[in-house]
Design a protein around this ligand. Structure first.
Ligand code: ZN
Length: 259
């Protein structure tokens, strides 16, 4: 990618990814030469289904949706991954192929690493392995919740949840997202998105015109959203709180063993 640039020690942009930030005191220096800073563009496809994964991505401001496509062309979001995680967890789990398509939905920065480099970097018991295991728990819980959401929650609730999720990743109450993109993520028809968005607009919670979404009342939108927004937020917050413990535990054990 022409716009990619290496982050250099002492002069690089601030790191926003939670996993890489947690590593700053430990393994980050070793990983740094293998990390490449990239800018992800909206709509950019970073994985296609059933193709080899070349890179894993640690998003900063960017958010990437993994999307399952059925044989008849219908789609549904499996997960949205932002600064809390890593895109390409299959590499960590030992699979070199992506089962899903992965598309950038919030543009922004990310750090990427060759899949092979990640496999070599993840040693048994290493801080990176422990953090990625903890993140995998969050991802699995989020995917389970998304399945329940798609089966049981109303379209307007799901649109509210998605808008709040994208807002958190974009760190802004205004962002761009077409009806078609929302329909793809939620496995809905575009007409369904228009109808649900119309209800949220009529309630004074958002404005949505020409793919431009503006949140007017975030608290009201949270009330309108299904429980899934809060559930997934809790998983991410819990992981962030947990990271020092996840990193410190083996050291404590080591001291006890030594005494
Ligand atoms: Zn839901």
């Amino acid at each position: 990618m022409n716009t990619a640039k290496r982050q250099r020690p002492g002069t690089g942009a601030p790191i926003r990814n939670d996993i890489l930030r947690a590593l700053l005191e430990s393994e980050y220096r070793d990983l740094r030469p293998r990390l490449e800073q990239v800018e992800l563009k909206p709509g950019e496809i970073i994985y296609r289904a059933d193709q080899a994964i070349k890179y894993v991505y640690f998003p900063g401001r960017a958010a990437v949706a993994t999307i399952e496509t059925l044989e008849d062309g219908r789609t549904v979001e499996v997960g949205i991954i932002g600064a809390e995680g890593m895109v390409g967890i299959n590499i960590f789990l030992g699979c070199l192929i992506s089962p899903d398509k992965a598309v950038v939905h919030v543009p922004g920065d990310a750090m990427r690493m060759k899949a092979n480099d990640l496999r070599q970097a993840v040693r048994f018991g290493s801080p990176l392995q422990r953090l990625l295991l903890r993140y995998t728990q969050v991802l699995l819980a989020s995917i389970s919740q998304s399945v329940a959401c798609s089966q049981h929650h109303a379209l307007v609730q799901r649109v509210a949840r998605l808008i709040l999720t994208l807002r958190d990743h974009a760190e802004s109450n205004e962002f761009t997202m077409s009806h078609r993109s929302i329909a793809t993520l939620l496995g809905m028809r575009r007409e369904g998105v228009s109808e649900a968005a119309g209800k949220l607009q009529a309630a004074g919670l958002i404005t949505y015109s020409r793919a431009h979404i503006r949140i007017l009342d975030a608290a009201g939108l949270k009330k309108q959203s299904c429980e899934c927004y809060r559930f997934i937020r809790r998983q991410i917050n819990g992981m962030q709180r947990d990271m020092p413990r996840v990193l410190a535990e083996p050291q404590r054990r080591g001291r006890r063993d030594a005494s």
